[in-house]
Design a binder for this molecule. Structure first.
Ligand code: EPZ
Length: 427
């Protein structure tokens, strides 16, 4: 089993280059199913979820290969419309294949998705949206069976601005003649990126990034080369790390517009932020102060994917902080682990009150999900003494070689192999 071994106390200084956004790459890879030809996705990062999505595509009959950092996906001839449980259950984004397979092949058999255990993560909005557009959808024996019947472009209102449901329905709607509008859709930058991908492939999507996205469907999409946006959550994670350790961190390839909520909270925490085009420079002036409160919500509210990292920051920020998690009902596995490191946190029903401590202390902790695992890395980088983190496969889902990036910034973190198998959730 692999662990991170971290010795805390070093300041972080230097430049870090942000990778392509995991939550853009995955829907775009699924969307390539719509295209009977070659798709080149530039600067693809080897997140473990990307490899899991490649497995799904190859099982459908895709030819997938790398050219340096570019991923070439050729879906000229697909031989299957199935996503079996062993390929669907390791990741949430497997469900993003439902719409494209149904659109392209007319029917799909797909197992339920998995993903980080941060809540129930239902898919009712994906399925009700597909039914609304005319598909016949049946759930049986752990699988979803869907097939095109009388497909009809129309207005669909989402009861919640679900990112995945918006993406799935955008992709399904591309095959339906006429205008489909998704009302109360998600507005994340990754939605805009998917719309840009579809438009570059010859589709017609308007309004992405607003509350109503319109898809003019019926036209076949064609081959293309596409460069996804960079990962605002990775950028945020490194900025929070710099705020915690002190020093000067230069985050390259970051779009300040996409992290406005975070930047305002870091400034409140006594950090100095300088933005130049696609670079954000953070230095911390003196003691960390409480950022007050954060409340997660749909974009452009504070992102749920930075909540765990901000909880780690609040553990060493002078004073009390309030963290309210509104998106996922159990995005809290990091709380108990941070408390093992000396954090003073009270957590009830998605609300956390943090009382900042002078120090955290190194401990043996376990990652329970992707972003919670990242928060433990940040805590280990500032804790007195050493910290080991188990189950780092969760962290590898959304950060490529995070330990190498932190080492390059002066952090003392290593990936080590250990024999112990207890509590090993990374098979
Ligand atoms: C995407 O997940 C991201 N994953 C998540 O990132 C991110 O946290 C989330 O959007 C919110 O921004 C990918 O893009 C691969 P949702 P998704 O559908 O699509 C409820 C990370 O750390 N809901 O917007 O699953 C759901 O229960 C990951 O990178 C329904 O009720 O998010 C949750 O409470 C974690 N019914 C809320 O909506 C549905 O049919 C948000 O879910 C779908 C969702």
């Amino acid at each position: 089993m692999e662990q991170f071994f971290i010795v805390g106390g070093n300041k972080l200084n230097g430049e870090v280059q942000i990778d392509s956004a995991k939550n853009s790459l995955l829907p775009i890879m699924a969307c390539s199913i719509l295209i009977e030809g070659q798709v080149r996705i530039e600067r693809v990062v080897g997140y473990s979820d990307v490899f899991a999505m490649i497995d799904i595509l190859e099982n459908l009959g895709s030819k997938v290969y790398w050219e340096k950092d570019d991923l070439i996906i050729d879906n000229s001839s697909l031989s299957s419309n199935e996503v079996p449980n062993e390929l669907a259950s390791p990741l949430r984004s497997s469900i993003f294949c439902l719409g494209p397979i149904l659109a392209r092949l007319g029917s799909v058999k797909i197992a339920y998705p998995g993903g980080c255990d941060i809540g129930l993560r239902p898919i009712d909005l994906h399925l009700s949206g597909a039914r609304n557009l005319g598909a016949k959808v049946v759930e049986k024996n752990g699988y979803i069976y869907a097939r095109k019947e009388k497909m009809q472009a129309k207005d669909i209102a989402l009861s919640f601005a679900s990112v995945g449901a918006t993406e799935n329905l955008m992709m399904l709607a591309t095959c339906i003649e006429g205008e489909t509008r998704i009302i109360n859709c998600a507005k994340e930058p990754e939605i805009v990126d998917l719309a840009n991908f579809i438009n570059k492939a010859g589709g017609r999507v308007c309004g992405a990034g607003t509350d109503v996205v319109s898809i003019q469907g019926g036209k076949k999409l064609h081959s293309l080369s596409f460069r996804p946006i960079t990962d605002r959550i990775e950028a945020g994670t490194f900025l929070i790390a710099g705020a915690m350790t002190g020093g000067e961190i230069v985050v390259k390839g970051a779009n300040p517009q996409q992290n406005q909520e975070l930047l305002s909270k870091l400034i409140k925490s006594a950090c100095k932020i300088k933005c130049e085009n696609d670079t954000i420079i953070l230095t911390r002036n003196g003691k960390l102060k409480s950022f007050g409160e954060i409340e997660t919500g749909v974009y452009p509210a504070f992102p749920t994917d930075l909540q765990s990292q901000m909880t780690a920051l609040s553990s060493i920020s002078d004073g009390y902080s309030l963290i309210i998690e509104n998106i996922f009902e159990s995005r809290n596995k990091h709380i108990g682990q941070l408390k093992k490191m000396g954090a003073d946190l009270i957590s009830r029903n998605g609300i956390v009150i943090a009382k900042g401590q002078k120090h955290l202390f190194g401990a043996d902790v376990s990652a329970g999900d992707l972003r919670g695992g990242a928060s433990l890395v940040l805590a280990g980088l500032v804790a007195q003494g050493y910290t080991t983190i188990d189950n780092i496969c969760y962290i590898d889902r959304g950060y490529k070689n995070i330990e190498e990036k932190f080492t390059a910034l002066g952090g003392d973190i290593k990936r080590v192999k250990v024999e112990k198998e207890i509590n090993n959730q990374c098979m």
